[in-house]
Design a protein around this ligand. Structure first.
Ligand code: PLP
Length: 384
């Protein structure tokens, strides 16, 4: 009696899911699989943030909130955008969502019509093209290469603009590449958006995880054209709390709120109070971010050197906590390479298939140094 909708049927089955289920199956059989596939910090949520959540629960902050979030949090986000990013979004031009993912989802549904084209630099985070396609719009990948460190050439973007192009999605620092786009590139893209009347959705979830590169918000160059997405997940090790947020033109934010009001209502009240602590107890939060950032940088240096020594070449990513490794030494097809890495080296990685990155796999280095050492040892054995 149930027929799945055309929308549900149009969702691409994920290559990642197949690997994850195989990894779980091996674990059940008692095999010690190391997972390099997770997209979340290995650090615990900092204590000052947890304490605020406990306090919120105990003081009864457990009811519905305003759809766009509690006013204190929107004020804190508005202030954060100004002092950390140089972006001026009034509290009514800010909204709080259930994770960065929902902010993106609401944004695409608020801004895209069927047939609109959306430029997405590749390799991309898997959810962008899938969410865009769910709205009926058309994702248009803009390729970048490992040789250039996955840097985006604005001319390649411009070359793909058609009369149907509406939007550019940017993610810097990027998942899965770790690429950070320099200010002059962002400035050129902002000019392009300005000249061609395009909107920019800038996903800045990994803004704090940069290793020497300069992280700039493109919204500072094209404020009228940019919607900025961010969240608590990666910055404060809060993936499970589900807090994201967006800032942009007030009319766009209002449309996103309308969509949210008919779907999830508001982000978890308790999580909103936790995020408020993260955004207002500056000293404790800054200390946590800097400790995590330093740890990631040491891990990045380790894994990049190790992978390149093994011939699984990777550029040195300047941000986030992922590396893309070329696995053609193991197998030209990244799905087959992923399978061998899992079955023979007992390491779970994500094939580039879903990211628009053939011949490569993604490894997350949000793991302790000893684990990274062990992964490199196992990969060395596989290649020996
Ligand atoms: N954007 C990017 C690039 C991500 O990698 C992720 C999470 O993996 C998200 C957004 C969504 O994060 P959240 O957990 O806040 O929904």
């Amino acid at each position: 009696p149930f027929t799945l909708s055309a929308r549900a049927q149009s969702l691409k089955p994920s290559a990642t899911v197949a690997v994850t289920s195989r990894a779980l199956e091996l674990r059940r059989q008692g095999v010690d699989v190391i997972s390099m596939s997770v997209g979340e910090p290995d650090f615990d949520t900092p204590p000052h943030i947890k304490a605020a959540a406990i306090q919120a629960i105990e003081s009864g902050k457990t009811k519905y909130t305003a759809v766009n979030g509690i006013p204190e949090l929107r004020e804190a986000i508005s202030a954060k955008f100004e002092w950390e990013n140089g972006l001026r979004y009034a509290p009514n031009a800010v909204t709080v969502t259930s994770g960065g993912k929902q902010a993106l989802f609401n944004a695409f549904f608020a801004l895209l019509n069927p047939g609109d084209e959306v430029l997405i630099p590749a390799p991309y985070w898997v959810s962008y093209p899938e969410m865009v396609a769910l709205t009926g719009a058309v994702p248009v990948p803009v390729p970048t290469t490992a040789e250039s460190g996955f840097q985006l050439n604005p001319d390649d973007l411009a070359a793909r603009i058609t009369p149907r192009t509406r939007m550019i999605v940017l993610n810097s620092p990027g998942n899965p590449t770790g690429a950070v786009f320099p200010p002059e590139v962002l400035q050129s893209i902002a000019e392009l958006a300005w000249q061609r009347g395009l909107t920019i959705v800038s996903d800045e979830m990994y803004e704090h995880l940069v290793y020497g590169a300069q992280q700039v918000s493109i919204g500072t160059y094209a404020p009228e054209h940019t919607l900025t997405i961010n969240g608590a997940s990666k910055a404060y090790a809060m993936t499970g709390w589900r807090i994201g947020y967006a800032g942009g033109p007030a009319a766009v934010i209002a449309a996103m709120n309308a969509i949210q009001s008919q779907s999830t209502s508001n982000a978890s009240s308790v999580s909103q109070y936790a995020a408020l602590a993260a955004l207002t107890q500056h000293e404790a939060t800054a200390r946590f971010i800097e400790e995590a950032r330093r740890a990631y940088q040491v891990r990045r240096d380790h894994i990049v050197a190790g992978l390149n020594a093994l011939g699984l070449t990777t550029p040195t990513p300047q941000g986030a906590f992922y590396v893309m490794a070329d696995t053609s030494r193991i197998h030209p097809d990244e799905l087959e390479a992923t399978r061998r890495i899992l079955d023979e080296a007992r390491v779970a990685v994500v094939p580039g298939t879903d990211f628009g990155a053939p011949g490569q796999v993604r490894l997350s280095y949000a793991l302790g140094l000893e684990t990274i050492e062990e992964v490199l040892r196992r990969l060395g054995q596989l290649l020996a």
